[in-house]
Design a protein around this ligand. Structure first.
Ligand SMILES: O=C(O)CCC(=O)C(=O)O
Length: 378
């Protein structure tokens, strides 16, 4: 966690309007991944769907895909069996976990049906069909620059509350992209003015949540009782991939953010611990403060599970997915999907910066069974 962010998070010292600090959660665990140059992450969109449909794949109609100029390639809608099942989710009632100070979780075990292979097929579908990135960035701490290689695959879709995609009126804040309409512009939600050239929308081109993820967003909104406009996806290819302790407490999420977090694929431990409580100025921890210190929590998240983190949780708790070693180091991978609501434009720039970045786009290769740099086939 960056020094600045740590201090901001604990003491609320960030000044309004300043750019959001870098995402801090990868500092301790950046893995020495090779950086591959030369591919363009911001494709110009595809006009010819045939170019990206592998030979021998059953032909899909073009309206079975979400398309957008900022997508490197079209993204298919959910397979029909999953789409038919989705209205019956969550598959179980959520269990409230709020027996520790400031903690408020709703834990669905599972949310996506596990029996019958639905969670597995959703995992395989998303791993195959989404564009992924291995983001690198530099941070400055005490005058020292550190290069961070994000130790997992990431991708993101969505747009903050202040704006909407030009044809998104029917699809919520994230602007689900259901069909082949023209969705090139970003409009101010209040005035309808074209804000595509805003500085927070030009470093990276925002892209609507594709229908396959937007269907899940709509379901999560009902279960959570709140709205989401961003979808972040992590792919942990093996036990070597991780996310270190952090909280999703950026100011652009507002004071009590709710985050719906889905797990698909391999089981991984989700660790939570209370943030350290700073002693009063010039004083020591009182007995009451010491008693408020909570026990760390470990949730062994399985495929199909969903944890809703809400209330005071992000303001007071840190969470992580630690690396796994030994026999669990390679276990087929895990996908995490989080739905969140960014209130203001800096949130959009921040999410694309740390989950898409400027490096190459990767796509799952079913033959080599790994993420490979993706090139547009002309
Ligand atoms: O993979 C997970 O379950 C956690 C992901 C997470 O903490 C994040 O994306 O901020």
């Amino acid at each position: 966690m960056s020094r600045k962010r740590t201090i901001d998070a604990f003491f609320g010292a960030a000044s309004a309007g300043a750019p959001e600090p870098k995402k801090p959660c990868d500092i301790a665990t950046g893995s020495p991944e090779t950086h591959l140059d030369g591919l363009n992450t911001n494709g110009n969109g595809l006009k010819e769907l045939d170019a990206v449909i592998a030979p021998g794949t059953a032909a899909r109609k073009s309206d079975d895909y979400s398309t957008h100029p900022a997508y490197p390639f079209p993204i298919p809608h959910l397979p029909s069996a999953l789409a038919a099942e989705l209205p019956s989710w969550p598959a179980s009632l959520g269990r409230v976990i709020n027996d520790q100070p400031d903690l408020d979780l709703l834990y669905f075990e599972p949310y996506v049906v596990r029996g019958g292979g639905s969670a597995r097929s959703l995992f395989e579908f998303l791993r195959s069909e989404l564009p992924f990135y291995r983001v690198e960035y530099d941070i400055n701490r005490g005058g020292t620059s550190t290069h961070i290689r994000t130790p997992r695959w990431t991708t993101v879709f969505g747009l903050d509350d202040t704006s909407r995609f030009s044809s998104s009126s029917s699809s919520g804040g994230g602007g689900g992209s259901g069909g082949g309409e023209d969705i090139t512009k970003i409009l101010d939600v209040k005035t309808g003015r074209d804000v595509s050239a805003d500085k927070f929308y030009t470093r990276y081109k925002p892209r609507p949540i594709p229908k396959c993820l937007d269907d899940l967003r709509l379901s999560a909104q009902v279960a959570a009782g709140c709205e989401f406009n961003f979808c972040l996806v992590n792919y942990y290819a093996s036990g070597a991939d991780s996310i270190s302790f952090h909280s999703d407490d950026e100011r652009f999420l507002g004071p009590l953010p709710a985050i719906a977090s889905f797990s698909l694929g391999a089981r991984r431990d989700f660790l939570l611990k209370h943030k350290p409580i700073p002693p009063p100025p010039g004083g020591e921890h009182t007995e009451a403060m010491r008693n408020a210190t909570s026990k760390p929590l470990k949730l062994p998240l399985a495929s199909g599970d969903m944890v809703l983190m809400r209330g005071l949780t992000q303001a007071n708790w840190l969470h992580s997915i630690p690396k796994r070693t030994g026999k669990n180091a390679t276990d087929g991978g895990r996908i995490n999907i989080t739905f969140r609501r960014a209130l203001v434009k800096p949130g959009t720039d921040n999410y694309y910066n740390y989950n898409v970045g400027t490096g190459p786009v990767y796509k799952w290769d079913a033959v080599s069974r790994e993420m490979r740099p993706w090139k547009k086939i002309l």
